[in-house]
Design a protein around this ligand. Structure first.
Ligand SMILES: [Mg+2]
Length: 199
């Protein structure tokens, strides 16, 4: 198929940039996120993932400042294979609902330098969107693929019409059997990208 000949998700688009969600996609951070809520007296069973941090804190009766102070930025580690994956991708970005102070501290700890990183403050503390990320990258939606672990990630990709793949290496995501293409491992993304480049 000729690149760019169709707008469908399997069309052989010329993908230039991978946009990742952070928590639950690159970072195995569920436990760290839950620990902060539990330290503030929230029942872990009431916490759900993939929301704007301010909105989830408010829903659970906390202030954003309380939650941010309770979150330990030294704990969460990358999923297996993520570091190798990032080292092999020329252009990658992050689009995340996380508090920018926590997120930037973690990027610094891990030595990660995405080309663009947009966090909750970039979206007025509401649920994230891809538009500001695409603008900062200077690319069209047809040129990116979004990788995420929650339905909120899938929805932001759908909103701009870009390709979307599930980070199935997160056991929570894999167990949910989401609709769409699920990557079993970070290395599978490299295979997907290489196929696109031959298209
Ligand atoms: Mg996530």
């Amino acid at each position: 198929m000729v690149a760019g000949s169709s707008g469908s998700a399997s069309s052989g688009r010329d993908i230039h940039v991978v946009v990742f969600d952070l928590d639950g996609t690159l970072l195995d951070s569920d436990a760290a996120l839950l620990a902060a809520f539990e330290a503030l007296g929230v029942d872990a069973g009431t916490v759900t993932f993939g929301h704007a941090v301010a909105e989830e804190a408010e829903r659970l009766g906390l202030s954003l400042e309380q939650y941010e102070a309770a979150y330990d930025t030294e704990v969460a580690q990358p999923f297996a294979g993520v570091e190798d994956l990032l080292a092999q991708i020329d252009r990658w970005a992050i689009c995340s609902n996380k508090h920018p102070e926590s997120a930037l501290a973690e990027l610094d700890r891990l030595g990660w330098s995405p080309e663009v990183a947009c966090f909750a403050d970039a979206f007025d503390w509401e649920h994230k969107r891809l538009d500001p990320v695409l603008d900062a990258l200077g690319v069209a939606s047809e040129e990116v693929v979004m990788i995420g672990d929650t339905s909120g990630d899938a929805l932001v990709a759908e909103a701009v019409g870009c390709d979307y793949l599930w980070a199935g290496w997160n056991p929570r995501t894999g167990a949910a059997a989401p609709v769409g293409q699920v990557l079993a491992s970070p290395a599978e993304l490299l295979d997907w990208l290489s196929v696109r480049r031959r298209s």
